[in-house]
Design a protein around this ligand. Structure first.
Ligand code: CAA
Length: 258
C-alpha cells in the first residue's frame, strides 16, 4: 500500500514504517498519524509480520506535532475531537513488538511517538526533548507520563519545564533508549533486532510485550500474578512444546507461531 506521508514496507517478517515529510522534519500532521494507523492495521493483520520498526530521516525522527496545523485550533476543536489521543494511541495499542529507530530530532510528539514503541534504538545523533513549553503548551501524547517513568522525575521535570534536549548518551544513561549505534548503521541494527524478535514465536513475543507493559499499571503482586498466568498459558502453545523439545534434542526450534 502506498501512503502520502510515510513509506511502509514488508521486509521478510518485519514491517518497516519510515516517516516521510522531510520538508517539515517529519512533523506529525493528522494525515501522517492516519497513515501510521493504516500501516499498523495492515501489519497487525498480516500473520507473517512479527515485529515493526518505525524510523524517520537522518535529520529528524520527528520534530513533534505539526505546529502549523495546530496553530488555529481552539479549545472546542481539540476537546471535541480528543486531539492527540485519537490516532496517536494506535502505536501504543499495537499488539506486535515495535522498535523506534531514532536519528536526529525526536521532539514533542516525536519523542512521545518513540516512547510509545517498545524498544528505542538511538543513533549517536539523536536528540530528545519535550519543548512544548516554548510554544505555550504542554506535552499531550504522554510526554509528562512516559518520560517521567523512563528517566525519573528530576530529568523529566527539567526537560518539560525548560525544553532542554537530551543527547543520545544521556538518553541511554537515563534509561530512555536501549542502545546507541552509529548513525549510518541505525536502520540495519534496528532491523536486525526486529528480525531477531520475529524469529521467535509470534504469540510468545506478544505475551512478553503485554506482560512487561503490565509492570507500568499494576502493583507488584498483581503483576506477578498476571505474569504467572501468562507463563502458564504458554503451555497451551505448540511453539512452547517445540521450543522445549528442540532444546532437549539439541537443535534449533522450528516455530509455527501457534
Ligand atoms: N511543526 C510544523 N513544522 C515544523 C515543525 C513542527 N513541529 N518542526 C519543524 N518544522 C518545519 C519548520 O517550520 C521548517 O519549515 P519551513 O522550511 O517551511 O520554514 C522546517 O520544518 C525545517 O525546520 P527549521 O528550519 O526550524 O529547522 P532547524 O534545523 O533550524 O530547527 C528544530 C530544527 C529545532 C527541530 C525546529 O524546527 C523546532 O524547534 N521545531 C519545533 C519543535 C517543537 O516545538 N515540537 C513540539 C511540537 S508540539 C507537540 O508535539 C505537542 C504534543 O505533545 C503532541
Amino acid at each position: 500500500m502506498s501512503y502520502e506521508n510515510i513509506i511502509a514496507e514488508k521486509k521478510g517478517n518485519v514491517g518497516l514504517i519510515t516517516l516521510n515529510r522531510p520538508q517539515a522534519l517529519n512533523a506529525l500532521c493528522d494525515a501522517l498519524i492516519k497513515d501510521i494507523g493504516a500501516a499498523l492495521d495492515d501489519f497487525e493483520s498480516d500473520e507473517n509480520i512479527r515485529a515493526i520498526v518505525i524510523t524517520g530521516s537522518e535529520r529528524a525522527f520527528a520534530a513533534g506535532a505539526d505546529i502549523k496545523e495546530m496553530a488555529d485550533y481552539d479549545y472546542m476543536d481539540v476537546y471535541k475531537n480528543d486531539f492527540i489521543t485519537k490516532g496517536w494511541t494506535r502505536v501504543a495499542s499495537c499488539r506486535k513488538p515495535t522498535i523506534a529507530a531514532v536519528a536526529g530530532f525526536a521532539l514533542g510528539g516525536g519523542c512521545e511517538l518513540a516512547m510509545m514503541c517498545d524498544i528505542m534504538i538511538a543513533a549517536d545523533t539523536a536528540k530528545f526533548g519535550q519543548p512544548e513549553i516554548t510554544i505555550g503548551t504542554i506535552p499531550g501524547a504522554g510526554g509528562t507520563q512516559r518520560l517521567t517513568r523512563a528517566v525519573g522525575k528530576a530529568k523529566a521535570m527539567e526537560m518539560c519545564l525548560t525544553g532542554r534536549m537530551m543527547d543520545a548518551e544521556e538518553a541511554e544513561r537515563s534509561g530512555l533508549v536501549a542502545r546507541i549505534v552509529p548513525a549510518d548503521s541505525l536502520l540495519e541494527e534496528a532491523l536486525k533486532t526486529a528480525e531477531k524478535i520475529a524469529s521467535f514465536s509470534g504469540p510468545v513475543s506478544m505475551k512478553v510485550k503485554e506482560t512487561v507493559n503490565k509492570a507500568y499499571e499494576m502493583t507488584l503482586t498483581e503483576g506477578l500474578m498476571f505474569e504467572r498466568r501468562e507463563f502458564h498459558s504458554t503451555f497451551a502453545l505448540e511453539d512452547r512444546a517445540e521450543g522445549m523439545k528442540a532444546f532437549t534434542e539439541k537443535r534449533k526450534a522450528d516455530f509455527k507461531h501457534r
